[in-house]
Design a protein around this ligand. Structure first.
Ligand code: KG4
Ligand code: ZN
Length: 338
């Protein structure tokens, strides 16, 4: 059969992205324009600033993705776009551009759930077969998904409050480390003693796969304040030890809940996605859990773990092959559970 080539468009959070991907998994191009600097002074993503930046950069990213791939619009077979969940201004920018391109070219349009994009990434990168267990851990998401088909996901549990990446970012802020907090905390933790401070393992005593990370952040705050009150400040070693203790607690919780998820939905593969999947301590813990359950552990390359448009193009191809076609009534959805 003929091969398919899709353009993917992503603008649901703070990365503007476009990519061209073939149905054999070849990524012909993948352009990601981040906005970290734009939001740096605000301690989080500012929706209005994000929406404006997406509107300004989306067309440029699409043009770059096409020229990097060496293709013109007329050589594509479809256009996939993130239609939610996410910040509505950004999602709308992407959906409107995709509709315009679809009308102008006559190409099929496929609206993609951002979470499905992450969840299907191991099929793009490693040709993983269904079914598999996906742990999605990022700054905005934390959930276990049993993936059985391009439109067949079962959520086995997730965070009831903060996402782990959010907790890493907040802990970094509490300790005066730079953003994004994940890499900074991981780096400090390398020099720290994870056993010095006894931090909680929230919800481990309760059955099921739900998780909580906000109490952990509060425990870090309390530990910091205690040290500051006792010694007038925080030594570098204190900071490193807190980071190591925090990271160990997050890894312990995620590992034990992953063990339970694999027991509830046995699968030959455990895959991860999301920015937090970059964490080496977490990866090692998950690898061990997978090995014990007789499952293969798969972590896509980091640039495909974090937000990108190649995963959207790929999820679009899979949905297209399953028969999905969207029209001009495709809605941009701020909330869209899988
Ligand atoms: O997937 P992602 O790029 O964006 C979304 O949240 O959608 O994930 C970003 C998150 C941030 O919270 C960042 O601090 C975290 O992933 N992160 C890490 C590491 N690298 C990035 N967390 C822990 N360890 C890391 N090495
Ligand atoms: Zn994401």
């Amino acid at each position: 059969s003929m091969s398919l080539t899709f353009l993917g468009i992503e603008s649901s959070c703070d990365d503007t992205a476009a990519a061209v991907v073939r149905d054999d998994g070849t990524i012909l191009s993948s352009v990601v324009a981040g906005q970290t600097e734009l939001h740096a002074d605000f301690g989080g993503v500012v929706p209005e600033i994000a929406a404006r930046a997406h509107a300004e950069k989306l067309d440029i990213c699409v043009e770059r993705a096409l020229s990097d791939a060496g293709l013109s619009l007329s050589e594509l077979d479809g256009i996939a776009v993130t239609a939610g969940p996410g910040l509505i201004g950004g999602v709308l920018s992407g959906v409107m551009l995709a509709k315009g391109l679809a009308v102008g070219t006559g190409l099929p349009l496929v609206g993609v759930n951002h979470l499905a994009g992450h969840a299907l990434t191991p099929r793009l990168t490693d040709h993983v077969e269904y079914p598999y267990l996906m742990l999605l851990v990022s700054g905005g998401h934390c959930q276990f998904l049993s993936v059985r088909g391009p439109e067949d996901f079962t959520r086995l549990g997730g965070t009831i409050d903060d996402a782990p990446g959010e907790a890493f970012d907040k802990v970094a802020k509490l300790l005066g480390l730079p953003q994004p907090g994940g890499p900074a905390v991981e780096d400090a933790a390398r020099r720290g003693n994870p056993k010095r401070f006894a931090l909680p393992r929230p919800l481990l005593d309760r059955p099921g796969c739900d998780m909580s990370f906000s109490g952990l952040k509060t425990a870090v705050l309390r530990q910091r304040d205690e040290l500051v009150a006792a010694q007038g400040g925080l030594h570098e070693q204190d900071r490193d030890d807190i980071c190591a203790g925090f990271q160990a607690a997050v890894a312990d919780v995620l590992a034990e809940k992953t063990r339970r998820a694999l027991a509830a939905a046995p699968a030959p593969v455990l895959a991860v996605a999301g920015g937090v999947a970059a964490n080496q301590t977490l990866r090692a813990a998950l690898k061990a859990v997978a090995a014990k359950a007789g499952a293969e552990f798969i972590a896509p390359p980091l640039r495909l773990c974090t937000d990108n448009a190649a995963m959207i193009a790929w999820a679009g191809i899979e949905a297209f092959n399953a028969g999905q076609r969207d029209g001009m009534d495709l809605a941009a959805r701020p909330r869209w559970p899988l």
